[in-house]
Design a protein around this ligand. Structure first.
Ligand code: SF4
Length: 455
């Protein structure tokens, strides 16, 4: 069969990121099928580029990867569904081939998206096994009910969702992602690649969709295989940085240490970044991160009071955040903490307490987000109900933004805009740009304004 793999993601702020999940599914699709990647990230007119790509590929099946429901720039739910509706229209206008949707964004609420976007099939969770099975079922004209996590319409037109398979995939049994069809502009414009060392997160943060997508059981890749992939990225002249896309790199801690040691032993020199968690962090790990070229870590701290952290079921306290910060600072690994303000149950006073906590913590960098729910994409009333608190939080942040010169506040465009990032890249800076913002601030802004808190 001829299969067109469509990557719908167009987010380039802060960086354009390769469609890693789709590349994994492409690699898992047997070679007897013809596989074409249509990546819309850099297209001026995505509908037109899609039509043209499909006309050239003349596919028997169209597989659409949906990476996010929310904007990658942390500004919330925008027009994602309208955009994907437009893509579906472009596809239907040029081909009768069945359309399969999948990806992390689709997996968050597959049934609602089947009903809203009306693809012929949907795959939630991992696609490397289900998608090749679906191709077989399409060739045979039967067997759809046996494919785990497949969403499909039965002969009576009823929407069905098959149960998940009994087991998750063995990461070492998967072929590494094939980057040969990637658009060269990822390297030319951003120079940042993505690597996965495992899937699954054992934690239970209240709002998080990762465990739905990847499960709770950590499935680790052998460190040697991870480093084989990193070394092949390192050979590319356009690669300047890579991001460990694991939901939390340092859980389990032993695996993270083994990957770092392998990188050190085999001469990885490319700088890299990861997501880290205050649980599972110690001085030895901090030292290994530094020695293996970790240029920074993004820590999902989320809240600045123990009450909020408990409500979010983060599993750690503000004391754990403080300990991580001290260890990272001692080892020379910059830490950027993301905080989500206005989560369900939070008051404006809670938000003020979180801001005070961050002032006191004084980490290398901070990214401030304001809570939005994925479900707001299909339920606008939910969004209206949350608008008032969100507006108050934006006002509070706007009032205090000059007191915190190097915090990024994406929703207000503070230290988070395309022009600033272009300038940083032109000066040879790569990787997550919070690492560089601080050194380019004018000296007057670089000094903290003697601020002692928000409350
Ligand atoms: S640690 Fe991160 S990935 Fe894991 S459940 Fe919490 S927010 Fe989700």
């Amino acid at each position: 069969m001829r299969v067109a793999f469509v990557s719908g993601n167009r987010e380039q702020l802060p960086d354009g990121v390769i469609p890693l999940g789709l590349l994994y599914v492409m690699s898992a699709t047997p070679e007897r099928h013809e596989r074409t990647l249509i990546d819309l990230c850099f297209a001026d007119d995505p509908g037109e580029a899609l039509s043209q790509g499909l006309a050239e590929a003349s596919p028997d099946v169209v597989a659409v990867g949906m990476r996010n429901i929310q904007s990658g720039d942390y500004s919330g739910v925008k027009h994602t569904l309208d955009y994907y509706r437009g893509l579906m229209k472009s596809i239907r206008a040029v081909t009768d081939a069945p359309v399969v949707m999948g990806g992390a964004g689709f997996s968050v609420m597959p049934r609602a998206l089947m009903e809203t976007l009306e693809p012929d099939f949907g795959i939630s969770g991992e696609g490397e096994r289900a998608f090749p099975e679906l191709l077989e079922a399409l060739e045979a004209g039967s067997g759809f009910d046996r494919i785990g996590n497949l969403h499909w319409y039965d002969p009576d037109g009823a929407l069905r969702g098959n149960p998940a398979p009994a087991d998750f995939l063995d990461m070492d049994a998967l072929r590494p992602p094939d980057r040969s069809q990637l658009d060269p502009r990822y390297d030319e414009r951003f120079g940042i690649d993505s690597v996965q060392t495992k899937r699954g997160c054992p934690l239970r943060c209240d709002y998080c969709t990762y465990p739905i997508i990847e499960g709770r059981i950590g499935r680790k890749r052998a460190p040697g295989r991870v480093v084989d992939e990193i070394l092949s990225i390192q050979e590319r002249p356009g690669a300047h940085h890579f991001f460990m896309v694991d939901s939390v790199f340092n859980l389990p801690k032993a695996h993270a240490k083994a990957v770092c040691r392998e990188m050190i032993d085999r001469g990885v020199t490319l700088p890299w970044t990861c997501y880290a968690n205050p649980l599972g962090f110690d001085a030895e790990l901090a030292g290994l991160l530094a020695s293996s070229g970790c240029a920074g870590m993004e820590v999902g701290s989320d809240g600045g009071s123990d009450a909020v952290l408990e409500r979010l079921r983060k599993g750690f306290t503000t004391q754990h955040i403080r300990e991580l910060h001290t260890l990272a600072q001692d080892a020379g690994v910059p830490d950027c903490h993301t905080f989500i303000l206005g989560t369900p149950g939070e008051s404006l006073d809670d938000v003020r307490r979180t801001l005070d906590f961050i002032v006191d913590l004084d980490p290398f960098s901070v990214i401030m987000m304001v809570w939005s729910d994925d479900a707001e994409a299909v339920n606008p009333e939910l969004s209206t109900g949350r608008a008032e608190l969100r507006d108050r939080i934006y006002e509070l942040l706007a009032e205090h933004k000059d007191d915190f010169p190097w915090w990024s506040i994406p929703a207000l465009g503070v230290n988070y805009d395309a022009r600033l990032f272009d300038m940083l890249r032109k000066r040879g800076n790569h990787g997550p740009l919070w690492q560089h913002v601080r050194k380019f601030l004018p000296p007057t802004r670089r000094r903290r304004a003697g601020h002692s808190g928000v409350t």
